[in-house]
Design a protein around this ligand. Structure first.
Ligand SMILES: [Zn+2]
Ligand SMILES: [Zn+2]
Length: 277
């Protein structure tokens, strides 16, 4: 599968030139499996441009939502596929994520001039069974999709994607590692290790070690906590995401240096970066 980081910024978007290298759009991943239609994870502002280049004539797309905080939804009203007649969109999330209610509210007056009945695409909603974790994987083309509930204000889902005969990764944005007890951390380690050790962990690393103490309860993790999570899960490749919107490219370079010291090969994801697994 091919994973494109369409938005890696946390909380709110940044458009200033000083943020251009790592990118200023909020959370969105585009996953293109070897077989079957593409899927998106989260609809932050990065989703607006992420569908450019995809075939526009009909076809199915899946949007998985980790949760409905607006930095993960705010790109949806301006997402091209929503306005394509014949396009079939499935929005999916576990039952503990109020995806349908939030999307219907966002895409209706007075917050937006159009509602789902008139946008063009046919939109359906799917609840993924299992709380706090998948009862069984959800199949999308050649991908098996699993989820795990994360500690975050209001709740959030991590996703794990495994491609038949191919790669696998865990996407854990908006996760407060410090709010988990030992049982929670063990469940996360299992999520990374089963059915086999994931090839990559993409995790919320919004804060530095110096910042996190004053931000407990905000729902995010530090760089050191990301390294600890990757070690617990046995995952060799760590990419941090949900970068602080207050950290420009120069500050992000310091984050990369810190990450390299915490775990060999660890890096901060950049908008536009592509991962082949
Ligand atoms: Zn967020
Ligand atoms: Zn959030």
């Amino acid at each position: 599968m091919r994973i494109r980081f369409a938005g890696v910024r946390g909380s709110w978007p940044r458009t200033a030139p000083a943020f251009a290298r790592y990118g200023g759009d909020t959370t969105c991943l585009l996953v293109e499996p070897r077989e079957g239609p593409p899927l998106f994870i989260d609809a932050g502002t990065g989703i607006t441009a992420a569908a450019e280049g995809l075939p526009t004539a009909g076809g199915e797309l899946l949007l998985l939502l980790t949760h409905v905080h607006h930095d993960h939804l705010q790109g949806l009203p301006s997402w091209g596929p929503l306005y394509e007649p014949g396009r079939r969109l499935t929005v999916a999330a576990p039952g503990f994520v109020p995806a349908e209610a939030a999307v219907r509210r966002l895409l209706s007056p007075p917050l937006w001039p159009l509602d789902l009945d008139v946008v063009g695409a046919s939109v359906s909603f799917r609840t993924l069974p299992g709380e706090p974790a998948s009862d069984a994987p959800f199949a999308w083309g050649g991908l098996a999709v699993r989820h795990l509930a994360l500690p975050h204000p209001g709740g959030c889902a991590a996703y794990r994607l495994d491609e038949a005969g191919g790669g696998s990764f865990v996407f854990a944005t908006d996760l407060e590692w410090g709010a988990w007890d030992d049982a929670g951390r063990r469940a996360f380690a299992r999520f990374c290790r089963e059915p086999r050790i994931a090839d990559a962990l993409i995790m919320d690393g919004q804060f530095t070690e110096g910042e996190i103490a004053a931000r407990r309860g905000w729902g995010h993790s530090s760089l050191g906590e990301c390294a600890a999570a990757a070690r617990a899960g046995g995952v060799g490749r760590l990419l941090t995401t949900h970068h602080s919107p207050e950290r420009d490219d120069a500050a992000m370079a310091a984050v990369e240096t810190a990450l390299a010291g915490l775990l060999p090969g660890a890096a901060a994801a950049r908008q536009g970066q592509v991962l082949e697994l």
